[in-house]
Design a binder for this molecule. Structure first.
Ligand code: UD1
Ligand code: UDP
Length: 359
């Protein structure tokens, strides 16, 4: 059996690492890269550090409006799939690459497996929410990270082909945490002491595309009395420059602005942080597993269990509310097994069982 894995952005490279590794032991696999992320620090660094096989096919789509980017992907993925004719396509998460991959394959009647299926924020202003819903509704096999994802699918009438396997981002974290501790020199390079700094990452459209929102977030970060290390996503950098806010950030005494980091450096940075301030999906999960208090700059989250367990708190874009949370949030709670174990292995076992006609 031949399986194509379609990826295009930073979190998908991380999500696919363990899955491709496990799959390759049993099946012919190849990676299709849409090219949605392309800078070295957003792309190739992950292939190098995580030993992900080089893509068999690179579509070089690059940046663009949603319609244009997704449309170009759809066209090129379709033509790639008609040449390579895989028996199954696997897509990850909720990006434009995810939707284009799932839709192209479904229309060609190729079996679609969606990893990280069933996540919902119930906020349709979020482009990722549209991608999630459409992808789930054209997928054949739906691999869920959490119990709430299974419930969300059931509430939309999707019951067949749904499997609770656990989370593959967390799989990668467990595989690479010790390696990051041994190899990364990020704390020395940035002159940081463990648990004496915060980390911030912001890239969500709801935060970056409205000047007042991003200005409030930056002001709250600058007002912190702790050092804040801020690896700036390229989308956020260009917004900050356009809104005239980048200089303010660079001149703030407590903020250390850096380029996006490779995975090993980022894990080590996060693992040693006192708190994380973020709007990232993947980082909310990583913070939970690493027991780093997480302040999420969003009105909602798909990763509801991290909030219910007390390790993640949601705060919108009010400056004073963000500042208050940054200084006061202090989880008291223990942790539960939200994300399962060995998700990638479980996904491959499911695929083997389905292929053998045992489910
Ligand atoms: C995308 C995903 C988002 C995911 C994020 C991970 C969609 C709709 N969004 O958001 O769900 O959380 O990736 O980081 O699919 N850019 C560069 N270099 C790059 C990549 C992007 O400069 O290598 C800049 C370009 O100006 C581009 C902008 O970032 O226009 C946004 O990139 P895009 O991939 O469209 O969306 P992200 O915000 O990265
Ligand atoms: N990440 C990284 N370097 C960074 C910031 C994030 O390697 O400078 C990793 C992080 O560990 C997580 C993933 O990128 O696994 C999250 O990606 P992002 O926040 O871009 O997207 P999201 O998860 O919100 O879709």
């Amino acid at each position: 059996m031949k399986i194509s894995l379609i990826v295009g952005v930073r979190p998908e490279f991380i999500q696919c690492t363990q899955v491709v590794h496990e799959l390759s032991a049993h099946y012919e696999t190849h990676i299709i890269h849409t090219g949605q992320h392309y800078d070295y620090v957003m792309n190739q660094v992950f292939f190098d550090e995580l030993h992900i096989p080089q893509p068999a096919c690179h579509l070089d789509i690059g940046s663009g409006s949603h319609g244009r980017q997704t449309g170009q992907m759809l066209e090129k993925i379709e033509s790639t799939l008609s040449e390579t004719r895989p028996d199954m396509v696997i897509v990850f998460g909720d990006t434009n690459s995810t939707l284009a991959g799932a839709l192209a394959a479904a229309k060609m009647q190729i079996c679609v497996g969606h990893v990280e299926s069933g996540m919902r924020s119930f906020d349709r202003t979020m482009p990722e929410e549209i991608n999630r819903i459409l992808t789930d509704h054209c997928s054949d096999i739906l691999f869920c990270s959490t119990q709430s994802a299974v419930r969300n699918l059931r509430d939309e009438g999707i019951i067949e082909g749904v499997y609770l396997t656990g989370d593959v981002t967390v799989d990668a974290l467990r595989r690479y945490k010790k390696i990051a501790e041994d190899k990364s020199t990020i704390l020395e390079r940035l002159d940081l002491s463990p648990k004496e700094y915060f980390v911030a990452t912001i890239h969500r459209a709801s935060n970056t595309d409205i000047k007042e929102n991003i200005a409030n977030i930056i002001e709250a970060l600058c007002a912190s009395d702790k050092k804040v290390v801020f690896p700036v996503h390229p989308r956020t950098q260009s917004v900050l420059v356009n809104f005239g806010l980048y200089e303010k950030l660079l001149n703030a005494k407590n903020i250390q602005v850096i380029q996006p980091l490779g995975y090993l450096d980022f894990l080590q940075l996060l693992n040693n942080a006192e708190k994380i301030i973020t709007d990232s999906g993947g980082i909310q999960k990583e913070a939970y597993i690493l027991q780093v208090p997480c302040i999420t700059i969003r009105e909602n989250t798909e990763w509801v269990e991290t909030v219910e367990d007390g390790w993640n708190v949601l705060v919108g874009t009010d400056r004073d509310a963000i500042s208050k949370m940054i200084s006061e949030f202090s989880p008291q709670a223990g942790q539960t097994q939200i994300f399962g174990e060995n998700a990638s292995k479980q996904i491959v076992n499911r695929i083997k069982a389905i292929q053998a006609g045992r489910v």
